[in-house]
Write a protein that binds this ligand. Sequence first.
Ligand SMILES: Cc1cc2nc3c(=O)[nH]c(=O)nc-3n(C[C@H](O)[C@H](O)[C@H](O)COP(=O)(O)OP(=O)(O)OC[C@H]3O[C@@H](n4cnc5c(N)ncnc54)[C@H](O)[C@@H]3O)c2cc1C
Length: 376
Amino acid sequence: MPEAPGESKAQTTQTKAAPTKTTETKTAEKKTKTTASTDVAIIGAGPVGLFAVFELGMLKIGCHVIDALESLGGQCAALYPEKPIYDIPGYPRIQASELVERLGEQAAPFEPVYHLGQRVERIERGAEGRWLLETDGGLRLEAKAVVIAAGGGAFGPNRPPLEGIRDYEGKSVFYMVRQREDLRGKRIVIAGGGDSALDWTLSLAEVAAQIYVVHRRAKFRGAPNSVARLQELASAGDVVRLVVPYQLHGLEGRDGQLEAVVVRKISGEERRLEADVLLPFFGLSMNLGPIASWGLELERGQIAVDPETCMTSAEGIYAIGDINSYPGKLKLILCGFSEAAMAAHAIHARVRPEETLHWEYSTTKGVPGQSSSGQS
Ligand SMILES: Cc1cc2nc3c(=O)[nH]c(=O)nc-3n(C[C@H](O)[C@H](O)[C@H](O)COP(=O)(O)OP(=O)(O)OC[C@H]3O[C@@H](n4cnc5c(N)ncnc54)[C@H](O)[C@@H]3O)c2cc1C
């Protein structure tokens, strides 16, 4: 399903998914059965996972990066893209989205393969000390080492607690819109009161047959000009109808095809809205999800690591950034960067056992495409 006015926007005022994708990197197709093999599989394209691409690349180690989100940047992009960060060394102040862009740029010369919009569900031991990863998008990736840079876990949409909703997901209930045209002529229920609900209502009003905007309050939280435009469309009464203050209560349909959405007031009063599609926009949440079942030693919900190498309790699996735990751990981006460097050096010995690692500064080595004198 479609993605649009802009991209998959997160649904609360705090959660916005930045559409950051580096153009110079290869992005693998989603939802197709793919088998691939690499030196290192990085789980998580947050700031720390992205910097790990660079640190591994500097040691001539290639990698694939998988993220449940459709875009790079983890929390920085999804939760606070427009906030300034003040504690990145060398930047007295940098907007979170700009940091992500620069990290993507810094990783690009090493040509990582990104598999975005896919959650890693399983990790199993393969032959000769390798690991096999499987995603919900059909990717099977074999790697000599795994770096888990999964932050607080995978981001996913908040699902409304409606009986049987999973049967409709992907058929007539969608948490994001990929192509607006797919919804042309449809009767749509949009649920939520934030920017995503508003932006999508304004955009889809141009193609939909009918849009019911269901919100539990009469007041919307989005940008003032979007709220004003919504009110205008609702007053015109052609396509957009406000259904407030109501909450989603039930779904009616068969074989995954919605026929109606039942909404309810706190007083118990119900309405039945005939609809082909439901778009619930209730924000994103993070969930450790499958990681908790991978058999790694955990400490209060974080993955315990050896602070010298960031290796977990499983040989060849490393954890860096917000997801890991060791004495004195600080959940800061700059600490994650340092962990990425330490893990990369430890991984070198594992994936290039035949090579001796000669210590060199980046000023000596340079990066692909740039000479050490700074010329591109
Ligand atoms: C509002 C706010 C302000 C902040 N301000 C600062 C600040 O000023 N300075 C600072 O240093 N830190 C700050 N932080 C914290 C900082 O954002 C985190 O420390 C940082 O994002 C951690 O980076 P990470 O790469 O480890 O994880 P994340 O940024 O959380 O990225 C992890 C990624 O892994 C993906 N993932 C997880 N599980 C899976 C899976 N199974 N399959 C596929 N993908 C998966 C997730 O979708 C996510 O994209 C702030 C945080 C917030 C919320």
